[in-house]
Structures are given as C-alpha cells and as structure tokens.
Design a protein around this ligand. Structure first.
Ligand SMILES: [Fe+2]
Length: 261
C-alpha cells in the first residue's frame, strides 16, 4: 500500500507470456493464475500506476490478447503497456485500443504520461520478426525530443529490452550494439531521468547506467523465470514495487504473492 511518505507508488509487471484459454500448453493455466494473483495483490496495495514491460502474451494471437485483457480488467490503477518481442503490436493495439495513451497510428508504441509525480516515458524496442532490441534513429530522435520537452520533471523510462549485458546469459541484446549505446547517450543528456525499468530477461537486477540507474524484473510467469529470479519467491509469482520518496529517491523491491493470496 502507498505509504504517506511516498510521492508515488508504482507496480511493475512483466513477461506474463499469456496463452489462449483453450491452449494445451502445459503452463497455460498456471500463467493465467500467476497474473490473476498479482493483479489481486496489486489492487490490495493501491499503487498510483502499473507499468507493464512487455512480452504480455506468448504468440501474439488475438485470442491471447482477449485473455490478457480479461485478466487485467480488474486492475484499479491506470495501466501503461509497452510491447516485447513476443507481442504483435497490431493485435495489442486492437485489444487495448481504448487506452488513451497508446498511439493510434504508426509502428511505434511509445508515449509520455503526464499527471503523476513522475513523468512516465514508454520506449518501444521491438520490431516485427526481430527477437532482439532495436533503438533506431527515429526512436533516438523521439526520445531525445520527449526528454527535452520537460527537463524540469523527474522522469521514469520503461522499455522491454535492457540495453546492457547481464552476466553471461544476456549478451548483445540489441540487434546492433550501437543501438544500445545510442540509448545510453540520449539518456545521459537528460539528468531528470530517475530510472529505466526493463523486462525480457526474466531475472532481477539493478545497476548504474547512463548517469542514472536501470533495473530488470523477473517474469511473472513462474515457468519461464530464471531460477527464482533473484528473489526468495520459490514457485510463487513476483512483481515489483517502486516507491518515490519525498526526497526523490526511487526505491524498489520484489513482491512475492504467496499461496495464501
Ligand atoms: Fe522478451
């Protein structure tokens, strides 16, 4: 639950890899249950916003998005989606087209959100048919302009693909190494950025990056999580809390939804 000392309280969910309700995939029901339990717990905690860092469904199919939509509908807080490499942006937009922040046209699902203590900026690192991240010149220019627009506002960025290597299990995550370097260069120019939130790697890490900090969260889908995702969660679903203190520090912790919830 948001504490009185918080300026803003954010829940992050990621990598749910939801399947169609009638899928015969052995993890289909479990993944839905993992997300359902996280949504119920998030509602109990009453965050100001929920950020979803991609790979929402497994195969990009419309029936998967219908299922995802049904699982997310109970969320009380505003939900901000960004795609992962598993997502089909047309199908995602069809299922969530009523979300006012999602661009109605164009290939890129990037946007800014005003009205919270932190300005939110979603970056789209996906390209159809490409598993790795992309941060082309168009995206570079868009992000630079978006950040130039409000240099006075503390800003939280979120994206699917981390633009840095993680140990030896995530190396060269961008199609072109210069794309990841360009993302760091853009962010370096804008000191109002307090954090970059990422998904994709299904594990937990946080580190200095581009003059700010970057973090990666475990998958909510327990069957694709790496070990315990760096948490003490065992086989329970995990999501993230990010609290902005009155002093302006963004403090993060993993939240395990235990079997009684
Ligand atoms: Fe991914």
């Amino acid at each position: 639950m948001a504490e009185s000392s918080d300026q803003m309280f954010i829940a992050q969910i990621s990598d749910t890899h939801i399947l169609a309700p009638d899928s015969d995939h052995p993890a289909a029901q479990r993944r839905a249950d993992n997300l359902r339990r996280c949504v119920a717990d998030i509602n109990r905690q009453r965050p100001d916003a929920v950020i979803f860092t991609g790979d929402t469904v497994q195969f990009g199919q419309p029936e998967e998005y219908d299922h995802l939509r049904a699982l997310l509908t109970p969320l009380d807080a505003p939900l901000y989606l960004t795609p992962g490499n598993r997502d089909d942006k047309d199908a995602l937009r069809a299922a969530f087209g009523d979300q006012p922040y999602l661009p109605r046209n164009g290939d890129l699902l990037h946007y800014t959100v005003e009205g919270h203590a932190l300005r939110l900026v979603a970056i789209d690192s996906t390209l159809r048919g490409e598993r790795k991240g992309v941060f082309c010149r168009i995206r570079q220019n868009w992000l630079d302009a978006a950040l130039k627009d409000r240099p006075d506002r503390p800003t939280l960025l979120f994206i699917h693909h981390p633009p840095f290597d993680i140990d030896d299990h995530y190396v060269g995550g961008y199609r072109q190494p210069e794309d990841a370097a360009a993302l760091a260069e853009v962010v370096h120019r804008h000191p109002q950025v307090v954090r970059l939130l990422c998904g994709h790697v299904h594990t937990l890490t946080e580190r200095p990056w581009a003059g700010t900090r970057a973090s990666v969260m475990p998958s909510i889908a327990v069957d694709v999580r790496r070990d315990d995702g760096g948490t003490e969660a065992g086989d329970q679903p995990v999501y993230m809390w990010h609290r902005l203190s009155q002093k302006g520090d963004l403090v993060s912790q993993s939240r395990t939804v235990d079997a009684t919830q």
